[in-house]
Design a protein around this ligand. Structure first.
Ligand SMILES: Cc1cc2nc3c(=O)[nH]c(=O)nc-3n(C[C@H](O)[C@H](O)[C@H](O)COP(=O)(O)OP(=O)(O)OC[C@H]3O[C@@H](n4cnc5c(N)ncnc54)[C@H](O)[C@@H]3O)c2cc1C
Length: 498
């Protein structure tokens, strides 16, 4: 094996938001940190790319965690910790839903306005609607009282319990619960329960029955509390700023540095090896790669720890997405069009949901003058894109894109004629550029589980190795992986004695 270079306190494999929050938190505590990223820029699923005057977000665009108060504004806090900041633009409506039978609902930033809008559609459920969403606030209010750090650190847990006993007991109550059970306590109308399903599905990619109540408490309340805020300059700015902060705090990041192996000695993780053959050593190794990639590719699959096998029995990979990055003439969009849309034509085909984001309605500088960006995507499995010749692959992409545009004409009539630029990505694109097995969006329960209790934290069965990101507690989404990053850095710092 080639000889290792400098000994770091921590090496982070990957510069997704989970990895960068871990790295910046550790650097801010004085640790010597190295981040190794296989791509050319940081951010992973929260990255960007430039084409013909457009700046497209790779994935995430509906951003939670940029609030100014409480403890759940983790993106704000992560940036502040390394003395950087980011201008954000508030979005007045989280989502404009376009649902079967012409049901249209806007989720307003203003909570009362949202309840009123939903109640207008379901007047007979007025009380149930308020009771259900108010119960989500109970979860949020518990979370928003305490510093969100590692639940694997007993001294922190004891301190938090004595500072906030009621909030802690509240969370313990909700940890094993799923949204569906709570919703059915208050709501009877099957159509309204379908609405709750899609209100979960758009971020958890599973219906309410499989969606943990803790995550729903965050999403359903923070959208009205901290709100949805778009970073000026595009989502890629979050990672760029975190990297600025990391470097200011003395940390290092290397791009085009693909880790191919986690090096172990006596079953302890002690370093990493890159595709180039270089080896770096550290006291602690943090993988921001998915758990599947970490335990099947970076470590020998045949030696997978029992705990990981168990996790894989509980959770499976969610589908990836068919992604379309469009540039359109501005006249397409009437005044008053919202930034985020969800289109579902058939309640039995929620897995064909179309997601739409038009970030240029908030930040026009991301497109050439007189144009907008439409980023649209729908769930898609990698298996459907395998074993195709190049010609067949291109044809299939074109056909799939044509279908999506036709469906979107229902909400944006004239879309096809207004197209100025189009780029289509498949699960294969996600797998390649985001380095995620099968291009997956992340873990989803295989069956109904007890809320979030089955999600692993940051420590792994291999001493010295930690995981961070969306395949650790509490799951997908930028603010969620930031939580995972805070927790991971906290646990690693305690283990390093910092
Ligand atoms: C289409 C789409 C839309 C989304 N929309 C939203 C949204 O609106 N709001 C929201 O909050 N969330 C959204 N998400 C989810 C959110 O983007 C992710 O949950 C989050 O970004 C995942 O962060 P992460 O830290 O787990 O890692 P990732 O983003 O997966 O980053 C991991 C990084 O590690 C690098 N890496 C992996 N393996 C190696 C290796 N071996 N060597 C070196 N580097 C490696 C990768 O290149 C990558 O940069 C969306 C995701 C997608 C795909």
């Amino acid at each position: 094996m080639p000889t290792a270079k400098t000994l770091f306190d921590a090496i982070v494999i990957g510069s997704g938001i989970g990895g960068l929050v871990t790295a910046t938190q550790l650097a801010a505590k004085g640790a010597k940190v190295l981040v190794l990223e296989s791509y050319l820029i940081p951010g992973g699923s929260a990255g960007y790319f430039d084409r013909e005057g457009y700046r497209f977000d790779v994935g995430a665009s509906m951003i939670f965690g940029f609030g100014t108060q409480g403890t759940t504004n983790l993106l704000t806090k992560a940036l502040e910790a390394v003395n950087v900041s980011l201008e954000t633009i508030p979005d007045p409506v989280q989502i404009h839903y376009h649902l079967p039978n012409d049901l249209k609902v806007k989720v307003h930033r203003d909570y009362e306005k949202f309840l009123q809008e939903l109640t207008t559609c379901f007047p007979h459920e007025k009380q149930g609607i308020r009771q259900f969403y108010d119960e989500c606030w109970n979860v949020f209010n518990c979370l928003n009282r305490m510093d969100l750090l590692s639940l694997e650190e007993p001294r922190y847990l004891t301190r938090v319990f004595f500072q906030h006993p009621l909030a802690c007991l509240g969370l313990v109550k909700y940890l094993p619960q799923n949204v569906g059970d709570v919703a059915r306590k208050y709501i009877k109308d099957p159509l309204l329960l379908k609405f709750i399903d899609i209100d979960c599905y758009i971020w958890s990619v599973v219906p309410a029955d499989l969606t943990p109540m803790i995550n729903a408490g965050m999403v359903f309340s923070d959208r009205h509390y901290g709100g949805i805020n778009y970073p000026k300059g595009g989502v890629g700015q979050i990672a760029q700023k975190l990297v600025d902060g990391l470097e200011k705090a003395g940390g290092e990041i290397k791009y085009q540095a693909r880790v191919t192996k986690i090096v172990t000695e006596n079953n302890r993780a002690i370093g990493v090896q890159l595709a180039s053959g270089e080896v770096y050593r550290a006291k602690r190794i943090v993988s921001n790669s998915t758990r599947w990639d970490t335990f099947e590719k970076l470590l020998p699959k045949a030696e997978m720890p029992a705990s990981e096998k168990k996790w894989q029995q509980r959770y499976q990979k969610s589908p990836s997405f068919l992604n379309m990055h469009l540039g359109v003439k501005a006249q397409l969009l009437p005044v008053g069009t919202e930034c985020h849309h969800i289109l579902v034509e058939d309640w039995d085909k929620m897995d064909e949901t179309i997601f739409v984001s038009i970030p240029t309605l908030l930040d026009p500088d991301l497109a050439p003058e007189g144009h907008h960006i439409i980023h649209t995507f729908t769930p898609s499995w990698v298996e459907d894109w395998q074993k195709l010749s190049q010609g067949e692959y291109e044809q299939k992409k074109e056909a799939a894109a044509g279908k999506i545009i036709k469906r979107l004409e229902q909400i944006f009539p004239g879309l096809d004629a207004a197209l100025d630029y189009m780029e289509v990505g498949t699960p294969r694109t996600h797998r390649r550029f985001l380095n995620r097995q099968d291009g997956t969006y992340g873990p989803i329960p295989r069956r109904k589980l007890m809320g979030l209790l089955g999600m692993p934290f940051n420590r792994t069965s291999i001493p010295g190795l930690y995981c961070v990101g969306d395949s650790t507690f509490p799951g997908q989404g930028l603010n969620a992986v930031a939580f995972s990053g805070f927790a991971c850095a906290h646990r690693v710092a305690v283990d390093l004695g910092l």
